[in-house]
Design a protein around this ligand. Structure first.
Ligand code: AMP
Length: 149
């Protein structure tokens, strides 16, 4: 049996404030309007024949109103999550994408009822699932290592 497959982006922005790094990094989480109203980065199912990165870009545009022109995609960072949804295995791939202009507005679709830009610890608390928390921590580690170079 084939696993469900979804792709998305851990979208982050860097605030140009007096907050010292890495706490100037904020992650975008969307709260679903379905199910248990969990918080997730933008992502969605891969259409037949669709390229994974194309899916991630399409879903981020649909769910957050952020298109390729708003994002700096970091293809070198990718994390794969596996979980079961109603007994069916699901694979989710996340790349990293930085919001070019941290002031760009987020526009939700009907699939979500709220969104938040959150620092790592708040993002992990919202994300709730262990794999998602590990993914956010890995993203932060990657970004801090980049900044320190
Ligand atoms: P989603 O894949 O985010 O559309 O969510 C589909 C279902 O899977 C919902 O019931 C979520 O609560 C659940 N879910 C979402 N992410 C995870 C995860 N990382 N681990 C386990 N269950 C999850």
């Amino acid at each position: 049996e084939m696993a469900l497959r979804a792709c998305g982006f851990i979208v982050f922005r860097r605030l140009a404030s007096c907050v010292p790094p890495p706490d100037n990094i904020e992650y975008l989480l969307l709260q679903t309007s379905y199910g248990k109203h969990h918080w997730t980065p933008p992502k969605g199912h891969v259409d037949p024949g669709e390229d994974d990165l194309t899916t991630a870009l399409r879903e981020t545009k649909e769910e957050a109103g952020l298109g390729p022109e708003h994002l700096r995609v970091i293809k070198d960072f990718v994390q794969e999550l596996h979980y079961e949804v109603r007994g069916k295995p699901k694979d989710v791939l996340y790349w990293l994408a930085e919001l070019r202009d941290p002031g760009t507005a987020v526009t939700l679709s009907d699939e979500h009822q709220d969104f938040r830009w959150a620092r790592l610890e708040e993002a992990c608390a919202l994300a709730e699932y262990k794999e998602m928390q590990d993914t956010l921590r890995a993203a932060q580690k990657y970004l801090v290592a980049l900044q320190d170079k």
